[in-house]
Structures are given as structure tokens and as C-alpha cells.
Design a protein. Structure first.
Length: 501
């Protein structure tokens, strides 16, 4: 079978000593940043992008991927032990996980999170292996019109699924699109929005925007809110689950895995939406919903499975279509571009060793994570006492060095500071920066494909609806936009993102 041959190729590529080392480093860093409040995979991957310049493409992508899904594991540790989610997707885990820890069942909660995450990650990676190639094959038949419509759908979906104000989400998308236009027009060769600044002739570097808005903006925000709370659970109970506890988590883990695998594919959805949805479903179908929020093991098992499954399947649109489903996937596309690889379906056919090597590394990484998270719980507990004022100078220094390594320009450092302030201001205005990054990534690509389609059709805008696939994608985008503008749906959407008390 082709799938077995491809997986064999992938494991052969991912099992080299170099790739195994970077896989282990990635999941270790991911667990670490998940455990330490104030850090996150977006900021960390943004800071590490300059390092990938000197790495082989597969090693770089394996490490960055490991950081992402590793953070989903690590975030549950702080959520359970100190009621402080290290990751946004672990917020739901804190509801019951922390109560279990206060009842002396911290080990049970941690083991549940680890086992649920491992199972979900393993199954979701299988979904990734099964469905990515057919989707990529379909995408190979896409022309400029289809790609334009597909990316428009991605932007609309990110607006629909963004948190908070719909108007602010649209505003962030538009700002990202405008930032993507800065530089030299590829068609006319004319500079635009550069304000006669020569350093902007090639546009704004993706790494600078990502590091400024996420890394520096996060530093300023955390310093404003002060230090994290102290650890309240210093001793972890037995990590072994009883037979009764195992029976109780099987169905929630299966439901969370299925839900997360589907929601992870959606642009703007991913791990956080999956964990909220999984928790809500478990509470709704439970015969004793009053237990939730008071230490229900199902309230840990299902969300943890969902957020890890969502993290894995979010790679599907990124690897097969070249469309980021969340900010981390946008950074991954940036890493591909840095390595000289054009994101999209051609990756599957032209670089199968890279594609299948990344998928195989996820199985290896999930195994590493179980080894790291259970025996080293004591180490993670001690790390929680590290004051943030000792962390942020190192993060700031690393960010500046990373930006200087791009082109050795002090102008880039100035731009980094500007985008850091912008990131903080967006946070104060309750504007989610993720749609901005998606717009920045997709904007130039949308312009390129639209221009190419219009050139081939002699300026006929109807070409976008004359092609069946393109018309279907635009119709789907219009339907999604109409749904979010519909008042009753908008009200339901706002309620869905509120914490279920």
C-alpha cells in the first residue's frame, strides 16, 4: 500500500540522529514553554525562526512542530497544579484539573491529561497521514482562480472563528493585508507604502512582525499584570489510574479526539475551540453535570484529548494547501519560505521525504512527550517557581539577537520595538493579533493569484465564478460571512466563547 510505503519513507527520514535530536529538543522546549506561564508557542517559534536559517529544512520543521504540540502537553501541568493555564487551550483543563489537585488527586489528573493527549495525538497524526495526500492531489488541479478563492475562504473563516468583536477581527485582517502590501509591487516594480524608506523596499520581514506582536507584546502585557501565582501543589500523588478511572475516561477521550481532529482543520479553530467544545459536550451529556467544575475526571480527559488532536490536524491545511489555520501554522509557513520551499500541495509530491518525515516525527514526538511529562513532573513543579522578571530579559535579548541575525540592520530592531508596542496596544484594545498575522501572510498571495487570474482572463472578474471549484469556495465564504452577520447566530457565537460556569 502507498500509505505504508510513504510512512516507511517518513520514519526512515525522521529517525536519523539529527532529526531525532531536534524532535526531542522541540518537544522539550514545547513542554517547558507550556509549563512556564507568560510564554507560548507563537512567541517562542517566532523567536526561534532566525535559528532555522542554518538548519536543514526537515530538522527545522520537526523542531518547530514539536514546540507546538509539546506546548499543548505542558500547558496542562500549570492548569492542574496552580490553576494557571500555561496555554490558552488548557484553560478548560484548569476547571476540573485544579480541583482534582486540591483533593489530592494531582497525579491522577496529570496522568489522565498525558494519556489522553498521547492517544489523541497518535490518532490525529494518523488522520493527517490518511487525508493529507488526497487533499493535496485535489489541490494540484487548482489554478490561480481556485487558489484565490481558497485563500479568501481562509480569511473569512478566520474572521468567523476569531474571538471577541467581529468588527475588530475584520479590522485586524485588513491591517494585516495592508502590511503585506508594503514593499515593491511584483507586477509593476513600483514601491508602495514605503514612505521613501529604502529598508522597506523589500517589504516588512515576517519574522519581525511575528516576534514584535507576539513575543515583545506578550512581555509588556505580562509585566503589566505582574508575577504569576505561587505553586499550591508541591507533592504529586501516584500517577497510576485505577481500573474504574480508566473506564471513565475512555469514552471522553474518544469523543475529544474525534471533535479535535475535525475542528483543528478549520482556519482559526484549532486547539482552544476544540477544548471548549469538548468540555461543553461532556457536561451536556453527563448524567451528573453538577460534578463538572468540582473535580470530574471527564473534564480533564476530553478537553486534553481535543486540544492535542486539534493541534496535530491543524497541520493538514498548512501542509497540503499552504493555508495557515492558526498563528503557529502561519509561522510554520514562514519557516518553509525561509527554507526556500513554496508552501502548498507541491510539498507532498515534490518533497515526499520532507512531508512524510514531519508526519512520522509527530508519532516519535508524542512518545517523547509521555516520557518527559510523567517521570519529570517534579522538575516541572520546581520550574513554576521561576520569577518572570528573570525570564523576560532573556526573551528580550534573544528576540533582538534573532532580528539582528536576519540582515544585521538596526532598522529591523527599531521595527521590532514598534511592532512590540503595536502588539501591546492591540491587547489593551481587546483586538486579537492572530487575524493580523494571517492577513499579513495571505495578503501578498491573494494579490498574486488574483492578478494572475485577471491577466489570464483579460481582466474579466467573472472568471472567479465561472470556474466551478472557485465558485463553490466563494459561495462557501459568502455563506460563512452571512452566518456570522446574522444577529441570532452572532449572539450564539458570543455565548459559545464564554466560559461555561
Amino acid at each position: 500500500m502507498d500509505i505504508l510505503a510513504n510512512l516507511a519513507l517518513g520514519f526512515d527520514a525522521a529517525s536519523t540522529p539529527l532529526n531525532l535530536a531536534y524532535c526531542f529538543l522541540g518537544v522539550l522546549l514545547g513542554t517547558l514553554i507550556g509549563v512556564l506561564p507568560g510564554l507560548g508557542p507563537v512567541a517562542t517559534i517566532a523567536m526561534l525562526l532566525p535559528i532555522t536559517f542554518g538548519l536543514p529544512p526537515m530538522a527545522a520543521l520537526i523542531m518547530l512542530a514539536g514546540i507546538y504540540y509539546g506546548a499543548q502537553y505542558g500547558g496542562s501541568t500549570t492548569a492542574i497544579l496552580i490553576n494557571l493555564p500555561g496555554e490558552s487551550s488548557s484553560m478548560v483543563t484548569a476547571l476540573d484539573g485544579y480541583q482534582m489537585a486540591r483533593q489530592g488527586r494531582a497525579g491522577t489528573a496529570l496522568a489522565t491529561a498525558a494519556l489522553g493527549s498521547f492517544f489523541a495525538g497518535t490518532v490525529a497524526t494518523l488522520v493527517l497521514a490518511l487525508f493529507s495526500p488526497p487533499l493535496a492531489t485535489l489541490a494540484l488541479s487548482f489554478g490561480a482562480t481556485e487558489y484565490f478563492s481558497l485563500m479568501v475562504l481562509g480569511l473569512v473563516a478566520s474572521i468567523v472563528l476569531a474571538h471577541g468583536s467581529l468588527l475588530k477581527a475584520i479590522g485586524m485582517i485588513l491591517i494585516g493585508l495592508l502590511l503585506g502590501l508594503v514593499g515593491t509591487d511584483v507586477n509593476s516594480g513600483v514601491q508602495r507604502f514605503t514612505f521613501d524608506i529604502d529598508n522597506l523596499a523589500d517589504g516588512i520581514n515576517f519574522v519581525i512582525v511575528a516576534m514584535g506582536v507576539f513575543a515583545l507584546g506578550e512581555i509588556i502585557r505580562n509585566l503589566e499584570h505582574g508575577e504569576a501565582s505561587q505553586t499550591v501543589v508541591n507533592k504529586v500523588s501516584s500517577l497510576l489510574l485505577t481500573r474504574e478511572e480508566l473506564k471513565r475516561i475512555i469514552a471522553p477521550v474518544l469523543r475529544g479526539t474525534a471533535l479535535g481532529s475535525v475542528l483543528g482543520i478549520l482556519p482559526g479553530g484549532g486547539a482552544m475551540l476544540a477544548s471548549f467544545a469538548a468540555y461543553t459536550i461532556e457536561k451536556r451529556i453527563s448524567s451528573t453535570p453538577e460534578r463538572f467544575g468540582k473535580g470530574a475526571i471527564e473534564g480533564v480527559a476530553s478537553p486534553e484529548a481535543a486540544n492535542n488532536a486539534g493541534a496535530q490536524t491543524s497541520f493538514i491545511p498548512m501542509l497540503t494547501l499552504g493555508i495557515p489555520s492558526n498563528p503557529v501554522m502561519a509561522l510554520m509557513i514562514g519557516a518553509l519560505i525561509i527554507q526556500g520551499i513554496q508552501p502548498g500541495p507541491a510539498v507532498v509530491t515534490e518533497q515526499p521525504e520532507l512531508f512524510w518525515g514531519i508526519i512520522a516525527s509527530m508519532w516519535i514526538g508524542n512518545l517523547f512527550l509521555v516520557i518527559l511529562n510523567l517521570p519529570l513532573v517534579g522538575l516541572w513543579v520546581r520550574l513554576l517557581s521561576v520569577p518572570y522578571h528573570l525570564l523576560y530579559p532573556a526573551i528580550l535579548l534573544f528576540s533582538v539577537i534573532g532580528v539582528l541575525s536576519i540582515s544585521n540592520s538596526t532598522f529591523d530592531v527599531t521595527m521590532l520595538a514598534i511592532f512590540g508596542v503595536i502588539g501591546y496596544v492591540l491587547c489593551k484594545l481587546d483586538c486579537e493579533p492572530a487575524p493580523l498575522l494571517l492577513g499579513f501572510i495571505l495578503g501578498p498571495m491573494i494579490e498574486e493569484y488574483m492578478s494572475r487570474a485577471l491577466q489570464l482572463s483579460n481582466g474579466n472578474f467573472l472568471v472567479f465564478v465561472e470556474h466551478p471549484i472557485s465558485a463553490a469556495l466563494l459561495a462557501l465564504a459568502a455563506f460563512a460571512l452571512a452566518m456570522v452577520l446574522w444577529p441570532s447566530f452572532r449572539k450564539t457565537r458570543e455565548v459559545a466563547f464564554q466560559e461555561d460556569a
